[in-house]
Design a protein around this ligand. Structure first.
Ligand code: XMP
Ligand code: MG
Length: 183
């Protein structure tokens, strides 16, 4: 394994500056849409943590935050289709305006499950905000209210997204060299 994580990258898709300005825009749109309301941001652990921290500060309204963890891909890059709650919310969502914050929507299976699960708890509303949208491999449609960037079917890392728990702390979004995850 190389010490220089940059060597594992094929290219940078979105620079730190591009990500920051897009998040500012998302925050402004959310601020407008929710004026007069309180938002409960629900981050999907662990990938959404970095995005959520920046998005929360771009929203100029009262926000509460909570987190859920669901089973994901582990160390491989293909979806099992199995979704399991590993950590549930700490707060009640009844009558709250829920904004689900996700790092990336790929097959849509995770968000589809989460939406159904959360609706059963009787919130006032639910919307989805995702940093990245990868529609090519969608298996089930999910309504995305706020989308940072739509990307082709690349495996991306950085800004919270990992490969085998690595690269989450890149301040940009990049594409790994295939040999990094195939090798
Ligand atoms: P689904 O397929 O349920 O999956 O929409 C969403 C989750 O899959 C992970 N995922 C990725 N993680 N780079 C990553 O680091 C990627 O390109 C990628 N595509 C999907 C991610 O955990 C996301 O929450
Ligand atoms: Mg995730």
């Amino acid at each position: 394994m190389s010490n220089n994580m940059m060597d594992d990258l094929e290219k940078i898709l979105f620079s730190e500056t591009e990500v920051a300005s897009r998040i500012k825009e998302l925050g402004e749109a959310i601020t407008q849409d929710y004026t007069g309301k309180e938002i409960l941001m629900i981050g999907v652990l662990r990938g959404a943590v970095i995005f959520m921290a920046d998005l929360a500060r771009a929203i100029k309204l009262p926000v509460a935050i909570d987190f859920m963890a669901v089973s994901s891909y582990g160390s491989t890059t293909s979806s099992s289709g199995v979704v399991r709650i590993l950590k549930d919310l700490d707060e009640d969502v009844e009558n709250k305006h829920v904004l689900i914050v996700e790092d990336i929507i790929d097959s849509g299976l995770t968000l589809n499950y989460l939406m159904e699960n959360l609706w059963s708890r009787k919130p006032a509303s639910i919307k989805i905000c995702t940093l990245l949208n990868k529609p090519d491999r969608r298996k089930v449609e999910v309504p995305i209210a706020y989308n940072g960037f739509t990307i082709p079917d690349y495996f991306v890392v950085g800004y919270g997204l990992d490969f085998a728990e690595k690269y989450r702390n890149f301040p940009f979004i990049g594409v790994l060299k295939p040999e990094t995850y195939e090798g």
